[in-house]
Unconditional design. Structure first.
Length: 509
């Protein structure tokens, strides 16, 4: 083995260049060049430096790769600082683009692991989870560094690249899960559409996720690893007659996250932009062109970069409940309810549409509970298209587990009935009866919510967890009605955590 180890150092910004990548400016470091070498040998180079506070979102290290390379291996480290309380410490993400370049939305993407791994490799026949197998062709590759947060004294880093020379292996032909499972015809199907595997920052394999999804009583799931589609080719063996596996991505920008739900196999959606770059609408359209739904995730989450800043004009649905119910979910629920009020106010003008809500687990690792919560969708069959149609139409409710069942409808004159996500066409002063039935919610209270707020609250359900309520109203009094099922409050004067909630039934002509 022949090892040629070269160390380069970058300090300050004197030997760096700024360029525009199609969105925000990016920092480009000094090129790391390699020469051809004998088959079976390895060549290694290391670059060290310090990124200053205020560094761009992405820093690119060009790597000149000669012909005859079998594998590229990258390892990196960075230093945590001593910072005062309330000051963000250093955090550095990593990924790679091949010789096709780093253009926004281009073909060069070969993988991203964020901060989940300290090293990775890419070769024709295999790659580290999060990365895409394929030939290591000659040309300028780019290691992408993402300084997520930078301490006041800067972010010291070190990147080591090792090339293994030799003939490339054969790239496997990817296989993908089918778009149909054995359904029950038109029925309620349970799913979890926000899940992470070891192909991003999760700790579970696809097989483990599939087993836990089945144990949770789910009929469908959607894969949503951060900023990579590399897992798509690893779910075929997980799917089955009893479990529909849809493919997607959690597009993780610096101004919020969005679940691309049920995209075509092999679809990659770029994430390297902020709200101020005015790029989001184009990528929302790209998700839809690939057959997916656009679902902003945890819009009021408090982690850095998690809060949704792009607005909801492109949303097909919004994830109101994410994982164990917390105060930011309560804010998301109230914010979503405000959008229903705005839609009700504009009704009859022909402007706008309402945005359905959903809930997902965002499970990464033990003890995260897959299917907690889950979205229960009324669909014509257990297929990708039918499930997406149900979500898009708002024919769904969210439950904390498969033990919870909700039936909700509104009835008007002449026997007209509307279910969840539908409209009951009645005159403004015509009487409407709203019926809610719940199972599997012992000790919980039932609530009916309209554009005026919560207008009905039941006593706590008995130990059987089963209860029914009927409530009378009119379209002039309630533009819509939706149901909530809540646990007893943990703090007096505050609402209890959700057990379930429904999308609305709209009332009126």
């Amino acid at each position: 083995m022949c090892t040629d180890e070269t160390h380069g150092t970058e300090h300050g910004i004197g030997r760096r260049a700024l360029l525009v990548t199609g969105a925000a400016t990016a920092l480009t470091l000094t090129t790391m060049s390699f020469a051809s070498a004998a088959d079976g040998s390895q060549s290694t180079k290391t670059l060290t430096g310090t990124l200053p506070p205020g560094a761009p979102d992405f820093v690119y290290l060009p790597v000149e790769v000669p012909s005859g390379v079998r594998e590229i291996h990258v390892a990196y480290t960075y230093t945590k600082a001593t910072v005062p309380a309330g000051t963000q410490n250093n955090a550095l993400d990593i990924g790679i683009f091949d010789e096709r370049g780093t253009a926004l939305g281009g073909k060069g993407f070969r993988g991203w692991s964020g901060g989940a791994r300290t090293e990775f490799f890419v070769r024709a026949d295999d790659a580290t989870p999060g990365y895409v197998p394929g030939p290591v062709r000659a040309g300028t590759w780019h290691i992408a560094l993402g300084p997520y947060t930078v301490a006041p004294d800067g972010l010291p880093y070190s990147v080591t690249v090792t090339l293994t020379h030799g003939p490339a292996g054969e790239t496997p032909r990817p296989g993908y899960p089918p778009e149909r499972a054995r359904g029950r015809g038109r029925a309620w199907y349970r799913g979890d559409c926000h899940l992470h595997s070891w192909y991003s920052d999760g700790r579970r394999t696809p097989a483990e996720i599939g087993a836990l999804a089945r144990a949770a009583g789910l009929d469908f799931i959607n894969t949503s690893d951060h900023n990579t589609h590399s897992a798509h080719a690893h779910w075929a063996d997980v799917a089955g007659d009893d479990l529909l596996v849809m493919l997607g991505e959690e597009v993780t920008t610096r101004n919020g996250h969005v679940v691309a739900l049920g995209t075509d196999p092999g679809t990659f959606i770029d994430w390297r932009y902020r709200a101020r770059d005015n790029r989001w609408a184009a990528y929302a359209r790209e998700i839809r062109r690939a057959g997916g739904l656009v679902v902003p995730a945890h819009p009021h989450a408090t982690c850095i970069g998690c809060g949704w800043k792009f607005g909801f004009g492109e949303a097909d649905a919004v994830e109101v409940w994410n994982g164990p119910y917390t105060p930011d979910d309560e804010i998301s629920l109230a914010d979503w309810d405000n959008t229903l009020v705005a839609y009700a106010r504009s009704r009859g003008t022909g402007k706008g549409s309402w945005i359905p809500a959903m809930g997902n687990s965002d499970a990464h690792r033990d003890p995260d509970r897959i299917g907690g919560p889950q979205t229960v969708v009324l669909a014509d069959d257990l297929t990708r298209d039918a499930i997406q149609a149900g979500i898009r139409a708002g024919r769904s409710y969210v439950a904390e587990s498969a033990a919870v069942e909700v039936s909700f409808s509104a009835t008007g004159g002449k026997g007209r009935v509307a279910g969840i996500g539908e409209r009951l066409a009645v005159a403004a002063d015509a009487p409407v009866t709203v019926d809610l039935e719940v199972k599997g919610a012992p000790g919980c209270t039932l609530h009916l919510v309209t554009d005026q707020g919560t207008l009905f609250t039941s006593p706590a359900l008995p130990e059987s967890g089963t209860g029914k309520v009927s409530w009378r109203t009119t379209a002039s009094y309630a533009a819509y009605v939706r149901a909530e099922v809540r646990h007893a409050p943990a703090v007096a004067g505050l609402p209890g955590a959700l057990t379930a909630f429904t999308n609305p039934v709209f009332l009126g002509a």
